[in-house]
Design a protein around this ligand. Structure first.
Ligand code: AHR
Length: 660
């Protein structure tokens, strides 16, 4: 396993130095836990989820559709499709051929016209998203729209075929009548296969038009037809997230303004949602993904519904009229900003309005009569400079004039410090912004050093949303970055600092969330998946331990009256959960040897039983993978000794102590 040796050595040498300073004795630390109320509430939104359609997170991932480019809408309309027996694109009497018919008045403007001259020979195939994964014993719904134009085509024969050409499952659909009709069939594969393809053949000769050729597992999250991949949503659910931020990320901004995310185009009938190139399609020259588009099958309605399923606050982020400043940095003129602002106002109406409102009615018609109770909105993603502040002001005025209770997230740019960051914060403070989004993709060392980052933040200024962060084992946007234990441990140490400052930091989320093992552009990521399985990284388990144990009220844990933020390589935070009647202590030990702590509780009555959850791994470069999650929490029980909590904290570990 490869790790960044520089960071690794720095972290280790720091620890070793400390250890030697202690003459080789196991360190013992005496901590004080003060149960007196700090009057600081841990917000329910403290630990949330950042979702962006990057790394095949939506199409090819969470959105369970298995056919890529199902309606021939990519700018290369045959992306994902093959006609193996059609030798040229020109008419071929030996088999048949396909042409794309375009109706520019429609949002789903393309369909395939298929001419079959020799039904023994003509074959059309779809490769799926790096293959089509099938689980034995599960059922898969195939559907397609077909218009019988001429000739005598009487059946469409569809098979799922593995990489050796073996048919895993097949089904025929009888074609009857004229006009566009929707046809359905069900596959029941007798074998589990990670990479199959869909093969379509025809019985009879003639011409048919086909569109929306779609394949979904029946076993989706909550069994919804055309829904979300169950194992992936389950992992999100298990995090017990306080919010779901969507749909990104830079994807909100787009490379150009025309390619920005426009939520109105993602609601209503799925097949009418206009496809759009994904910003990450050619985002990085080292990870080009020319077959990456957005079908918007997972659109804004589905995001709100997902947030509801997860018990999380929905947090949509919208374009503020600035295309990605790393790309074209295209700007909407101030006098043309109105439609962008209107999108934000209409979105609030879509989420919260009743059936008598224009946009509320659409939500009701889509099957959700109750409002989604949206409370937050983000204006822009990772914007910076005076252009942003100027635009933010217009949004803020309009949103709060109509919806004074909606909380607005503003941005401080892509870095956690520097000119843009300082300018953004200074201006946003003057404007009394409510919540400012900060992003940090940095080395594990940075995370360890910054556990005290928020200790001196202005308590009367805007709240902080640590909206995107992840320790990078090699460097930002480096393809060799790994979700190794060192990155997760450093994030855990940093997170004790977020929690200790819960009066300032009210929302946090790791980013990015998902990555397809064969289709990713950005690493590291919280959850990795392929066409069959997914696994949780050590970083995921860190998030889960904090989120599942966030408590309701902050209390103090200290050593010699000082917070633990890295001195002696120890980091700690403590909360009470007034609903569960629990005291919860999180301690991170980045020493390379076990450290003993004796915690003396004051002003708090504790039961005798201590649950100790340990997350650790012998090597800092260790990782989880599809075969095994070796790094995951294990639980032990202990008892108080003389009213004190005495526990060992293994080398390089996060422990969570829970006492009733
Ligand atoms: O998380 C990946 C990208 O990092 C996000 O799209 C963007 O906001 C940040 O630069």
């Amino acid at each position: 396993m490869k790790i960044n040796t520089k960071i690794f050595t720095a972290a280790i040498s720091l620890s070793v130095a400390l250890f030697s300073a202690q003459n080789g004795n196991v360190q013992k630390h005496f901590l004080d836990l003060d149960g007196t109320s700090t009057n600081i509430k841990i917000q329910s939104t403290m630990y949330g989820i950042f979702f962006e359609d990057i790394n095949f997170a939506a199409d090819g991932g969470l959105y369970a559709e298995l056919i890529k480019n199902r309606s021939f809408e990519f700018d290369e309309p045959l992306t994902g499709w093959k006609q193996p027996n059609t030798k040229t694109l020109s008419p071929n009497l030996d088999s048949g051929f396909l042409t794309i018919i375009t109706d520019r008045s429609k949002t789903n403007k393309n369909y395939a016209r298929i001419t079959v001259w020799n039904d023994k020979n003509y074959v059309l195939e779809n490769e799926g998203f790096r293959g089509i994964g099938l689980h034995q014993g599960e059922k898969y719904d195939l559907s397609f729209n077909l218009e019988n134009v001429s000739g005598n085509i009487s059946a469409i024969n569809t098979s799922l075929i593995d990489e050796n050409g073996t048919v895993i499952s097949s089904v025929s659909t009888i074609i009857k009548g004229g006009g566009w009709q929707k046809y359905n069939a069900v596959f029941a594969p007798a074998k589990t296969v990670e990479k199959t393809k869909l093969q379509i053949t025809f019985t009879g000769k003639g011409i048919v038009n086909m569109d929306m050729i779609s394949l979904f597992p029946q076993d989706t999250w909550k069994g919804r037809k055309g829904g979300l991949r169950k194992d992936l949503v389950q992992k999100l659910y298990d995090l017990q997230p306080g919010f779901l931020r969507f749909p990104g990320g830079c994807i909100v901004e787009g490379r150009t303004l025309a390619e920005r995310y426009q939520w109105k185009k993602t609601v209503g009938k799925t097949e009418d949602r206009e496809n759009l190139i994904n910003k990450w399609n050619n985002g990085f020259s080292h990870r080009l993904t020319p077959d990456y588009w957005q079908s918007f099958g997972l659109g804004f309605f589905e995001y709100f519904q997902l947030a509801e399923d997860l018990g999380a606050e929905p947090l949509p982020i919208l374009s503020c009229g600035m295309a990605c400043q790393f790309n074209t940095a295209e700007l909407v003129k101030m006098e043309d900003l109105d439609p962008y602002v209107q999108d934000a106002l209409d979105l609030i109406e879509f989420a919260n309005g009743d059936a008598h409102t224009k946009w509320g009615k659409i939500r009701v018609e889509m099957g959700h009569p109750k409002p989604f109770n949206m409370k937050f909105i983000g204006v822009g993603n990772e914007q910076w400079g005076a252009d942003y502040i100027e635009r933010y002001k217009v949004f803020e005025k309009a949103i709060h004039a109509k919806y004074p209770d909606i909380k607005i997230i503003s941005g401080s740019g892509p870095s956690p410090d520097g000119e843009f960051f300082d300018y953004g914060w200074k201006e946003l403070k003057k404007l009394k912004a409510q919540i400012v989004d900060e992003h940090y993709y940095n080395s594990p060392e940075w995370f360890l050093k910054n556990a005290g980052r928020y200790d001196n933040y202005d308590r009367s200024g805007p709240k902080v949303f640590a909206g995107e962060y992840a320790a990078q084992s090699v460097g930002v946007v480096k393809p060799d970055n790994k979700n190794n234990w060192l990155t997760a441990l450093s994030e855990a140490a940093f997170m004790t600092g977020l929690e200790r400052n819960a009066d300032v930091v009210t929302m946090t989320s790791y980013a990015p969330l998902f990555a397809h093992a064969d289709g990713w552009q950005w690493t590291p990521d919280l959850i990795w998946f392929n066409n069959l399985k997914s696994y949780a990284t050590p970083n995921y388990y860190v998030q889960k331990l904090f989120s599942n144990n966030k408590g309701t009220d902050l209390i103090k844990i200290s050593e010699n009256g000082k917070p633990l933020k890295g001195e002696n390589n120890l980091y700690a935070s403590a909360v009470r959960d007034n609903k569960k009647g629990e005291t919860i202590i999180k301690i991170v030990n980045t020493n390379p040897l076990e450290t003993l702590v004796e915690i003396n509780p004051k002003n708090i009555k504790l039961n005798n039983d201590v649950t100790k959850i340990i997350l650790t791994s012998p090597g800092l470069s260790d990782e989880n993978n599809f075969q095994t999650e070796t790094i995951k929490p294990i639980e032990e029980t202990h008892s108080l000794k003389n009213g004190k909590i005495s526990v060992g904290i293994p080398a390089n570990s996060l422990i969570v102590l829970k006492i009733k």
